[in-house]
Design a protein around this ligand. Structure first.
Ligand code: MLT
Length: 300
């Protein structure tokens, strides 16, 4: 009998992947842990733990150094929630370009006013926006999410520029035949109207969007961050919003620095919060743990 512990609840579709040989137990008794976003850095990791599966792509909530010392195998589920995040990025670009939220809020405030139709006609000018079609989108990081965003944005009429130091121009072309892959970030900063980041948080990428990077960006750029908050120096970014250098900051991370700040659109880490993404991640995570415990296989 194998024993598992879920630090975050996982979907029924994930749970159903365990066979009758599996039982959920307390952490102290478990062989393996399933985790979504819970921060494990302050946690005491019991010696019985053999593996941890992160139902998601990023593993920065897991103390990898401690796991390495203890011989704990860490899995993630790359690509399993990429579609959910892609759709949020596209929604983020549209929300930054059209004042849909402002328009909805205005209608709600009018309640059932009998002349609402007439009022709306007068008011709508203030909610006018711009189209994303025909604009340039820079994608930093051409992993599963970056490539899906590239394809979707191309279908919406955008011109897509990609940057990824870990893949060749040919590989990028094979992944998505729509990306102009370029090897310098400066061109992306200089040319693009929208820039979206899709890289993991590492010592090398922490605050990669800093004062210097923003200085090189196009006036009035829209910046999107559905990857990790610490990739962006948000203090600097708030200044850039005030100056109009950055027109909008769309982020999936609700920090006090940006929440409620003029020019920001902030969601509470919802990128992967779809039924489909949660099921895919949970299924893949359970499968990885089973393959490891039952057959010694390590993938992802
Ligand atoms: C990820 O790293 O894939 C996301 O943070 C997943 C999540 O929202 O839990």
């Amino acid at each position: 009998m194998y024993k598992y512990h879920c630090l975050n609840p996982i979907s029924d579709a994930g749970i159903s992947r365990f066979s009758e040989d599996y039982q959920e137990t307390a952490l102290e008794d478990s062989d393996v842990i399933l985790v979504r976003s819970a921060n494990m850095h302050e946690m005491q990791l019991p010696d019985n733990i053999k593996a941890i599966a992160r139902a998601g792509a990023g593993v920065n909530n897991i103390p990898l150094d401690v796991c390495t010392k203890k011989g704990v195998v860490v899995f993630n589920t790359p690509g399993a929630n990429a579609n959910g995040v892609k759709e949020m990025v596209i929604a983020g670009m549209l929300l930054a370009s059209r004042d849909i939220v402002g328009g909805i809020e205005w209608v709600e405030k009018q309640g059932n006013a009998s002349d609402i139709g007439k009022l709306a006609e007068k008011q709508k000018k203030q909610f006018a926006g711009c189209e994303i079609s025909g604009k340039k989108l820079g994608i930093i990081g051409l992993g599963a999410i970056g490539v899906l965003v590239a394809n979707a944005a191309t279908h919406l009429g955008m011109e897509v520029y990609g940057y990824d130091p870990y893949i060749s121009v040919d590989a990028a072309w094979n992944l998505s035949r729509t990306i102009h892959h370029i090897n310098d970030l400066e061109t992306i900063y200089r040319e693009c109207d929208y820039i979206t980041i899709h890289v993991p948080l590492t010592d090398g990428t922490r605050k990669m969007i800093n004062e210097e990077a923003i200085r090189h960006m196009k006036e009035g750029v829209v910046l999107l961050n559905f990857a990790r908050d610490l990739l962006v120096d948000e203090e600097v970014l708030v200044e850039a919003l005030k100056e109009g250098k950055v027109k909008k900051y769309v982020t999936d991370f609700a920090n006090p620095t940006v929440a409620g700040t003029q020019g920001t659109l902030v969601t509470p880490h919802l990128g992967a919060s779809t039924e489909e993404s949660e099921d895919n991640c949970a299924r893949m995570a359970v499968q990885e743990l089973r393959d490891y415990l039952e057959h010694g296989n390590i993938k992802n």
